[in-house]
Ligand binder design. Sequence first.
Ligand SMILES: Cc1cc2nc3c(=O)[nH]c(=O)nc-3n(C[C@H](O)[C@H](O)[C@H](O)COP(=O)(O)OP(=O)(O)OC[C@H]3O[C@@H](n4cnc5c(N)ncnc54)[C@H](O)[C@@H]3O)c2cc1C
Length: 466
Amino acid sequence: MRLHWHRRDLRVADNRALAAAAEGEVLPVFVFDPTVLDHAGPARVAFLLDSLDALREDYRDRGGGLVVAHGDPAEELPRLADEHGAEAVFWNHDYTGLARERDRRVESALDDADIDHETFHDAVHHEPGAITTNDGDPYAVFSYFGKKWLDREKESSYPPPNGDALRAGDDDLPTSDDLGFDEPDATLPEAGTEAARDRLDSFCEAAIGEYETEREYPARAGTSRLSQDLKYGTIGIREVSERVAEAADRADGDDVRESIETYREELAWREFYTQVLRYNPEVVTENYSSYENPIEWRESDDDLDAWKDGETGYPIVDAGMRQLHEEAYIHNRVRMIVAAFLTKDLLLDWRAGYDHFRELLVDHDTANDNGGWQWAASTGTDAQPYFRVFNPMTQGERYDPDAEYIKTYVPELDDVDPDDIHSWHELSEDERADVAPDYPDPICDHGERREEAIAMFERARGDEDD
Ligand SMILES: Cc1cc2nc3c(=O)[nH]c(=O)nc-3n(C[C@H](O)[C@H](O)[C@H](O)COP(=O)(O)OP(=O)(O)OC[C@H]3O[C@@H](n4cnc5c(N)ncnc54)[C@H](O)[C@@H]3O)c2cc1C
């Protein structure tokens, strides 16, 4: 008998390690690891618990169950294997530095207990190290990686285990409170494979054909909303790609085909950042690109709090930060805007923003979150050049022209004309007090801060006096 150790693969279908383990008899287990919980926030804990609940139901429907343990996996897995008479433990790879260090300890504990272990690559199509430069090095920029990723053949999905292979075993799941977390303030998406499949199916039936343009507009439902599912593995990447390929087969016209290719490219970005993190685990706390001198980030708790609370007086920024509180999610375009605002307008260190996202996002994924922040801060792989500073007002005007998204999250601006919203910084104090007395004045001057940001990066580059 084998144990299958679920981690970020909370599904029964299209699960490589589980499919391999189920060639014999298999008992699925999940271990609540205090070290992992130390890095979690209420939204992700709630989503994790709901995903586990759905997973357990799925196993029960097939005649199996889910065993749940708490503690250091290096102690819990040998104990569970011994208790249930398992001769091997199977699991899928996780590529963060923390997970790899933990997995090494688990392997050595299992070796000591004379229990076999088999591990599989599963979370991505092409494992870190599979797509490299001609010299065999990991890519440091996306473009060639992306081309190779798009061209390379994709493996088919794996079937769920046969009911006969499943050993019954059942434990209660803890509550958020048991794990030391509050219930989240945010409203979360439904968890579990069925909910993820519904999201994928409805996206592939319609929106994917206009993804290329619609994904830029935060007020529209133009994206797949699968990020939390891909993070927790409630759906397999091979299954996602199969549905996307079916949509491509049905595609009518070049625009639709291009949109689908753009969507596939986003899935490639996910795998690119996974390999960046795998080969550069230090990026979690350090800049990916080095500058000659330290970047002289400002320090201001007041400005950081205003950004976190959505009280900066820059409407699109505030809408994004309030969406984060209400939904534990922010639209991609707005993630770029709020991250650029923190680093280039408030001149605050990207790590403060990353920590806040890590605390609140339901889809926080170390690789993607870090990649996104370092891109915005001009410290990452394919980073935004330091001198190209997002203007939050023109971004709002371009991508939310009717201020529909802004008004959804910033009710103080409900009755304000979109033109006034998009020129909020240009109105006089009296005009602002007249149209929206409860909404703050801008906390900084974008034009001035843009100049300061460029000067700050030039000093970091060492070319200040050239
Ligand atoms: C500052 C910042 C922080 C971010 N933090 C995260 C994070 O913690 N977790 C996360 O999954 N994504 C993160 N992203 C990337 C992106 O914003 C989200 O993946 C996307 O908004 C999720 O919505 P969706 O599933 O509807 O995306 P879709 O547009 O439907 O994309 C499909 C999938 O592709 C992947 N993807 C899309 N865009 C990117 C990207 N730029 N980089 C890497 N993968 C991508 C995601 O897995 C996503 O679910 C971040 C981006 C920025 C700028």
